[in-house]
Design a protein around this ligand. Structure first.
Ligand SMILES: Cc1cc2nc3c(=O)[nH]c(=O)nc-3n(C[C@H](O)[C@H](O)[C@H](O)COP(=O)(O)OP(=O)(O)OC[C@H]3O[C@@H](n4cnc5c(N)ncnc54)[C@H](O)[C@@H]3O)c2cc1C
Length: 438
């Protein structure tokens, strides 16, 4: 380590104690990987960076002191929650300090319609705390054990997004952030002022504490159905999105993908699978829809655990299970639009071995289109074919901020004038290979 890093390490030990900072290789390596192995394109380029130091503050206030110290020493800072982000977003590409916030996980307050927690608190913990107060979080990702800071900074949506849309639609009510400026202190931003800090990987400021919206708790059921064909399951995707009350989640997979999911008697082998989190009041209508489409209801389960289990088989998770079943074979592209239902054969034919995992949404379904991987060029070549079919796509094989990058770059000019926050993720021009933004 050079003198600057040694001086920073000494200062951080003063703030956090010896257990709160490490320069050991094993700790640095652990803090330098994320979920990017989901992308074979990124996997081919790993390792993309290695931390020099790792710090584990246990409170938002400590984290602000750590950031201020790193800024004084001119050391890059890559914030980290649970490291499940799947685009290489949490990899410290310029080395420096990884600020691991997973131990700063206090739930500060549960109020009427809101919950406030330190950035490292998990979404599962937030949901449990909300449930105890007769409420529920508006949304949480399928990686429910990931951190609220990481979800707001790197995620998109998940369970609850059918009704509430993706992250940018009023979920974050207020944020305590710290900027990479001299004498960095905690700054509170609320409402519209909080929005520019969402989904840009901490490049304009690090979230130390978040207040997110809650709604009254509903009586949910875990609903499992199966079908002879994927087309039958697709036939109920849009009607399920329109059920009243709106479901929290509706996911479906064709048989090969369903076979790769964790073993469950309600996901029978070699059948298309539909899993949903339904308000108890809509179960009868959902059953009617499934049977009218030629399917059968496999199980209806009560309890928060049933919902959590279904959540953890949604969004990117079926792709991860597929990759476990067939190592080094599949990649995926995030897709959206009615063509996922109306032109499924053409959509799946875009890539060799094409297979769709679909999620119901209000308006238009979204999904993960898996295909057999040959090269990055073949992945990108499929984007135009998807667009020709009217399919929106998002490229999960690159790590640049691609949601409003110009706005983030403008904000970062004042909040991170020396480019110390998560370097390598923010560029001034729009991302090249990106289509529809979810
Ligand atoms: C199998 C699989 C399934 C997934 N499913 C979903 C899903 O359903 N929905 C979804 O939205 N995402 C999903 N993801 C992506 C990811 O898991 C989530 O977005 C998750 O919420 C990220 O949280 P984390 O704590 O792991 O963040 P990390 O991976 O640690 O960080 C994510 C990004 O945010 C930055 N960051 C972390 N903490 C902070 C902070 N406090 N302040 C500022 N920046 C910060 C990091 O530098 C990084 O750029 C999935 C990923 C995988 C691998």
């Amino acid at each position: 380590m050079n003198d600057t890093l040694t001086a920073l390490e000494t200062e951080l030990r003063g703030i956090l104690g010896d257990k709160g900072v490490s320069a050991e290789l094993v700790a640095r390596e652990r803090a330098s990987v994320d979920g990017s192995r989901l992308s074979p394109v990124i996997t081919e380029q790993l390792p993309l960076g290695l931390a020099d130091l790792v710090a584990w503050p246990t409170t938002a206030e400590q984290a602000a002191l750590v950031v201020a110290a790193a800024v004084r020493h001119g050391v890059p800072i890559t914030p980290r929650g649970k490291g499940t982000g799947n685009y290489g977003q949490a990899i410290p590409m310029s080395g420096g300090l990884v600020l691991d916030l997973s131990k700063a996980r206090t739930i500060v307050e549960v109020g009427d319609g809101f919950i406030t927690a330190d950035a490292g608190a998990s979404l599962a913990a937030l949901e449990q705390a909300a449930n105890r107060a007769g409420q529920q979080v508006l949304m949480y990702p399928s990686t429910a054990n990931s951190s609220i800071g990481g979800f707001l900074s790197g995620g998109s949506g998940g369970t609850g997004s059918i009704k509430h849309g993706m992250l940018h639609t009023g979920f974050a009510l207020a944020l305590d952030v710290v900027h990479a400026v001299p004498d960095a202190t905690i700054v509170r931003v609320a409402g519209a002022d909080a929005e520019p800090y969402i989904h840009n990987y901490g490049t304009a400021g690090i979230i130390l504490r978040a207040t997110v919206a809650l709604e009254p708790l509903q009586d949910w059921r875990g609903f499992f159905a199966s079908f002879d064909t994927f087309e039958q399951a697709l036939a109920v995707i849009r009607p399920f999105a329109d059920l009243e009350p709106t479901p929290r989640l509706v996911s479906a997979d064709q048989a090969t993908l369903a076979n790769a999911l964790p073993t469950d008697a309600a996901i029978p082998a070699d059948r298309a699978s539909l899993r949903a989190i339904l308000d108890v009041a809509s179960v009868a209508e959902a059953t009617r829809l499934v049977e009218a489409a030629g399917g059968r209801v496999e199980d209806v389960r009560e309890g928060a655990q049933a919902s959590m289990k279904i959540s953890m088989m949604s969004y990117n998770h079926p792709i991860e299970w597929l990759q476990k079943a067939y190592p080094d074979t599949y990649f995926h592209v995030e897709v959206s639009g009615d063509a996922l239902v109306d032109r499924i054969d053409e959509v799946q034919a875009v890539y060799p071995g094409g297979m769709l995992h679909i999620e119901a949404q209000k308006g238009r379904p979204i999904g993960m289109l898996a295909g057999v991987y040959s090269s990055a060029e073949e992945v990108y070549a499929g984007f135009d074919r998807l667009a020709d079919l009217g399919v929106g796509y998002h490229n999960p094989h690159q790590w640049f901020v691609d949601y409003q990058p110009e706005r983030t770059a403008r904000l970062a000019e004042t909040t991170d004038p020396h480019g110390l926050l998560n370097p390598g993720k923010l560029r001034r021009e729009p991302a090249v290979v990106t289509g529809d933004q979810r």
